[in-house]
Design a protein around this ligand. Structure first.
Ligand SMILES: [Cu+2]
Length: 578
């Protein structure tokens, strides 16, 4: 392929030469080099030719026109400055780009490309329009890149080597003036080539603050429903909230919000022995101050109140095959809710692979010094979910996901999970054989493109639970909130209290309430409980009674997690041993 007409680096000014062929031209099936030259001359642009490649300068923009297959195809390519995230590029290609598309080239960086198949018929005027439109699209894409810049880059985080016995601070950035309540961590920690990050905004809220946010309870007064503030007024900390959590699945990726107000909302402890029962969060205790000494090797208490510990933990091997392996990390934020004789440990684990682990454990002194005083320690969580980047996180869908146990449904022709969209405020139960998960997706945000056999896969988070058992309490009429494992409401649901969900979902006859609303693809709140059955043993220090000198019940955790799905193009932080 050669250009006979022009030697390399011939610079022409279009205005010098006469126009030719305008208006009279018939379409041909291959563009000649002369047609390209004419078109460029008519556009008054500077250009030079390097064999089959035209280097063009038009206005402030430079780009290349490729004369391919003896003119059967023409392609335009422009190098674009800027570093939009992969997701932003995909979004541009899917939604904004009309005749061009953006590709990330390993050597050349970001390229905007457009092509024309001349075999369908091409004229000089057509080439001219092709170039003009492309110049317009460069401008559009530059504007798109400017408007889709990611939020402020994360400043490098300093990590010092660990000296045995010494304590180190967690390698994270704390936003000044936030009372340690707004923080960012990158993973792997201490690595300039970090690959994932969490931005977390947490708070400890008092009953007074929660009541002001509309946390109410309804009680019957003389046969009529009356609203009362949900919590005890006062300043002590009752709600340990993750107000917002954002995950970044790559240095160039957008921050993806996951949580919007998540917290344990009740610690309900019914004793089967004597029907003694406690709503410990509502009625008894509050979160307590912590000592720095209680934290691990890499830890620090947070905020002036020091009632939350930040701790960096090694979570063991994240994956392994041969020398392709690495150890995982988790930023744990933990607190302790003191409720008279008992206390509860509450942990949020923000893992380097995007998983959030929610843990609760009782510990402390048994209420009854009796081996038969078995009781349930229930932790009732509100999980506000708002999945997606800022500006695109208001549309979410919810699904239940179950493995079918009927062999017919598991057969070769089916063999698919039973995935059902939940379109209305609902409750459902965990099914052991179904490995039930609740999935929240953002149908408007996809990084896994469409393939031959499937549509694009939206980003999702699965609520995956690890129950030791399923606690149902039916002895008392106010325990209806324990009758199901998952409750799903809209984020704007007037009922914000887990312990009142029974009254919201059912009417007095026990029938499902007609007031339940459609989810309408809005943000949702998932309510889920995790329970630990405590069957007292000598190791709990009960033989000689409930005393500090006699020992206490050690922790026994309940756990569930929110697990990302299709937020990455490959295994997160995929590395080999050095
Ligand atoms: Cu107990």
């Amino acid at each position: 392929m050669q250009l006979r007409l022009i030697a390399t680096l011939l610079v022409l000014f279009g205005s010098i030469l006469p126009l030719r062929g305008q208006g009279l031209e018939r379409p041909v099936e291959a563009a000649t080099e002369e047609m390209v030259v004419d078109a460029l001359k008519q556009l008054n642009c500077r250009f030079n030719v390097d064999e089959w490649k035209f280097n063009i300068e038009m206005g402030k923009r430079t780009f290349k026109l490729y004369w391919l297959d003896n003119g059967k195809r023409l392609a335009l390519k422009a190098s674009i400055k800027g570093q939009p995230s992969l997701q932003a590029i995909n979004r541009y290609n899917e939604k904004t780009a009309s005749t061009s598309r953006v590709v990330q080239n390993e050597k050349l960086g970001l390229l905007l490309e457009s092509g024309v198949d001349c075999q369908l018929g091409i004229t000089t005027a057509g080439i001219r329009k092709f170039v003009i439109r492309f110049v317009g699209e460069i401008g559009e894409f530059e504007t798109f890149v400017a408007n889709n810049k990611d939020v402020a880059p994360i400043a490098p985080i300093d990590v010092k080597p660990i000296v045995k016995g010494e304590k180190q601070k967690v390698p994270m950035n704390i936003d000044p003036g936030s009372d340690d309540k707004s923080l960012t961590i990158t993973f792997p920690t201490g690595d300039a080539k970090w690959e994932t990050a969490w931005k977390i905004i947490w708070d400890m809220e008092s009953g007074e603050q929660a009541n002001a946010q509309g946390y109410k309870t309804i009680k019957k007064v003389k046969g009529e429903d009356k609203e009362f503030p949900a919590f005890r007024a006062g300043r002590s900390a009752l709600l340990f909230k993750i107000k917002k959590a954002y995950f970044k699945p790559g240095q160039d990726a957008e921050w993806i919000q996951v949580l919007e107000d998540a917290h344990p909302q009740e610690f309900y402890v019914p004793y089967y022995f004597k029907n003694t029962r406690f709503y410990d969060l509502r009625d008894v205790g509050s979160y307590v101050g912590l000592s720095a000494k209680e934290g691990g090797a890499i830890s620090q208490p947070l905020s002036k109140a020091k009632n939350v510990m930040a701790e960096l933990r090694d979570t063991g091997v994240a994956y392994k095959h041969g020398n392709i392996t690495r150890r995982g990390e988790e930023l744990t934020l933990w607190a302790n809710f003191g409720a008279a004789n008992y206390t509860y440990m509450i942990e949020y684990g923000f893992r380097d692979d995007g998983v959030i682990v929610f843990r609760h454990s009782p510990t402390g002194y048994n209420y009854f010094n009796h081996f038969d005083a078995s009781h349930m320690h229930g932790s009732y969580w509100r999980l506000g979910v708002k999945l997606g980047p800022e500006g695109n996180n208001e549309t979410n869908q919810v699904y239940s996901v179950n493995l079918p146990s009927d062999p017919k449904q598991q057969g070769d022709t089916n063999g698919k999970l039973d995935i059902k969209e939940i379109t209305k405020e609902s409750f459902l139960d965990w099914n052991a054989q179904g490995f039930t998960r609740i999935r929240v997706t953002n149908p408007n945000y996809t990084i896994i493109p469409e393939a031959k056999d499937r549509p694009p896969l939206p980003i999702s988070y699965d609520l995956v639970t690890y129950p030791q058992g399923v606690a149902r309490h039916k002895r008392n009429p106010d325990e209806k909130f324990s009758l199901h494992d998952y409750w799903i409401t809209r984020a704007d649901c007037p009922e914000k209290m887990y312990v009142n969900l029974g009254n919201y979902f059912f009417n007095e006859t026990g029938a499902v309430s007609p007031k339940l609303r459609n989810l309408e693809n809005q943000n949702v709140v998932l309510y889920h409980s995790s329970s630990a059955l405590h069957t007292p043993r000598a190791e709990d220090g009960i033989l000689k009674g409930n005393s500090t000198s006699n020992g206490q019940a050690t922790v026994f955790w309940t756990t569930f997690e929110m697990r990302p799905r299709n937020l990455f193009l490959k295994t997160p932080i995929y590395r080999s041993l050095p």
